[in-house]
Design a protein around this ligand. Structure first.
Ligand SMILES: [Zn+2]
Length: 163
């Protein structure tokens, strides 16, 4: 691997990703409010197979909050993550309104502790296209038991698919 790198004409390059980490008790109000909506949305999760309830809430430019929860199916790939449930729902109801922020919370069924859940690759790809479509990035806010991470959606998937 390193021998091949030496012959690589373009040289080695680096991808840098910036994100912010907040202690939950110090979280700004705008994040807290949207995370509360995501937590509420997780109550509508249908997750008999994973027992892992995920809630997502989108804040749109027009002030609307669109919620999503994971929806599983016995034919596993037929289900959908909370993030895409919310993003596609917003796209269908408000096709020309930009996404400002996406909050994600998760917990195991029967437990109250928050589990930090980063979006899967397919959700990251959908987020990358939402960013391209609206022409500006949005914040993704992920909450765990102690800390909350805030990252730009398009930073979550370097070299996302596009053609
Ligand atoms: Zn996903």
């Amino acid at each position: 691997m390193s021998q091949n790198m030496d012959k690589c004409a373009g040289g080695e390059r680096t991808w840098t990703m910036r994100y912010r980490v907040w202690r939950n008790e110090e979280l700004p109000e705008e994040y807290r409010r949207l995370l509360d909506a995501a937590r509420d949305a997780a109550g509508a999760a249908y997750c008999p197979y994973s027992q892992f309830a995920v809630g997502a809430a989108l804040l749109l430019d027009n002030g609307e909050v669109v919620r999503g929860a994971n929806q599983e199916n016995v034919a596993y790939p037929s289900g959908l993550c909370a993030e895409r449930t919310a993003l596609f729902s917003a796209g269908a109801a408000f096709p020309s309104v930009a996404v400002r922020m996406l909050a994600i919370t998760a917990h195991r069924v029967g437990e109250t502790e928050k589990v930090l859940a980063a979006p899967c690759g397919a959700c990251r790809q959908v987020m990358a296209e939402v960013v391209r479509r609206q022409g500006r990035p949005f914040d993704v806010v992920m909450q765990g038991a102690e800390e909350t991470i805030v990252v730009k959606a398009d930073d979550l998937l370097p070299w996302s698919f596009d053609f």
